[in-house]
Write a protein that binds this ligand. Sequence first.
Ligand SMILES: NC(=O)c1ccc[n+]([C@@H]2O[C@H](COP(=O)([O-])OP(=O)(O)OC[C@H]3O[C@@H](n4cnc5c(N)ncnc54)[C@H](O)[C@@H]3O)[C@@H](O)[C@H]2O)c1
Length: 334
Amino acid sequence: MKILVTGGAGYLGSTTAKALEQAGHTPVILDSLLSGPRVFVKDRAFYEGDIADRELLRRVVADHPDIEATIHMAARIVVPESVEKPYEYYRDNVAKSLELFDELVALDRPRVLFSSSASLYATKDDFEVTEEDALDPQSPYATTKRMMEQVLEDMAAATGLRAIILRYFNPVGSDPDLESGIYAREPSHVIGQLVMAARGIKDAFTITGVEHPTRDGTGIRDYIHAWDLARAHVRAVERFDDVLAAVDAPSTVINIGTGEGVTVRELVASFERVFGEKVPVREAPPRPGDAVGAFANVDKATRLLDWKTELSLDDAIASALAWGERRREILGYE
Ligand SMILES: NC(=O)c1ccc[n+]([C@@H]2O[C@H](COP(=O)([O-])OP(=O)(O)OC[C@H]3O[C@@H](n4cnc5c(N)ncnc54)[C@H](O)[C@@H]3O)[C@@H](O)[C@H]2O)c1
């Protein structure tokens, strides 16, 4: 199959493009390079431009009339920045996605897979969330994802559009050949913070929030290896029509996680095991907006996608560390 991947120069988009290729499919990349590095596109079919550029989309489909589905991953993704720049987030993630979906319907390319997020979920007593559980987006970024889920549901009900919405939990790691990964110059994500503390670049790793109602007081997440996440997309495009037939609806939402909740203290312990050194830890009160967290109930993904994760948290941490060693070679910066 030929698959249009918007945001295919990004971290997860390029990893997914690779997983598609390994399964015998052909990704076509559309990315403005707003944040994604050119080098992640490799030698794939590539259109540099905006998802809202209808003229460009028409050209992409004219060049590749055999595109069978679109994986829409292009977005602005930095939560604190979304608080500071709501206009840019609503414009790019909401208004531009609307143009993309409308043009895909006009071009008779109705199958859309959308990257949504576990950050939509309201806090639940046992932290395990199903797709039916209550939502409570806490940032403009999360709200853009919630809005686009609603848009897809409404457009699928009214037009030929068909949508599978994947709510990702917390991706960690690279592809098996370490060709793409986190590319931010100053990684704010948790593994980057742990590496800096372990290497003495920072004096300690700070656990923000130690009085949450979890088994050890720290926040809980569902860390999924980026390669397992990428493989889920392959299954979703391959089974696209069967998935919607099984749910008897023109759109549906599926959690993509491991099904295992991991607390911050447990994450630190796994990191120390894989890295082989102790990490100095400091405890601090939660920052404003820090969520206790959630982990995925993955029954729906297992049933509909015939997919489950194959890699462990230790694998994901080892992959993230290996990418950290490799990325200078690929990106030209540490
Ligand atoms: N990384 C995570 O932890 C995570 C978790 C949940 C959901 N997601 C979602 O997954 C998707 C991919 O995330 P990622 O981590 O790979 O992010 P990323 O920033 O690496 O990739 C996004 C890509 O989209 C491109 N882009 C942005 N706006 C565009 C536009 N208007 N037109 C064309 N291209 C545009 C960027 O240049 C970038 O290459 C996003 O939709 C994100 O919201 C990510």
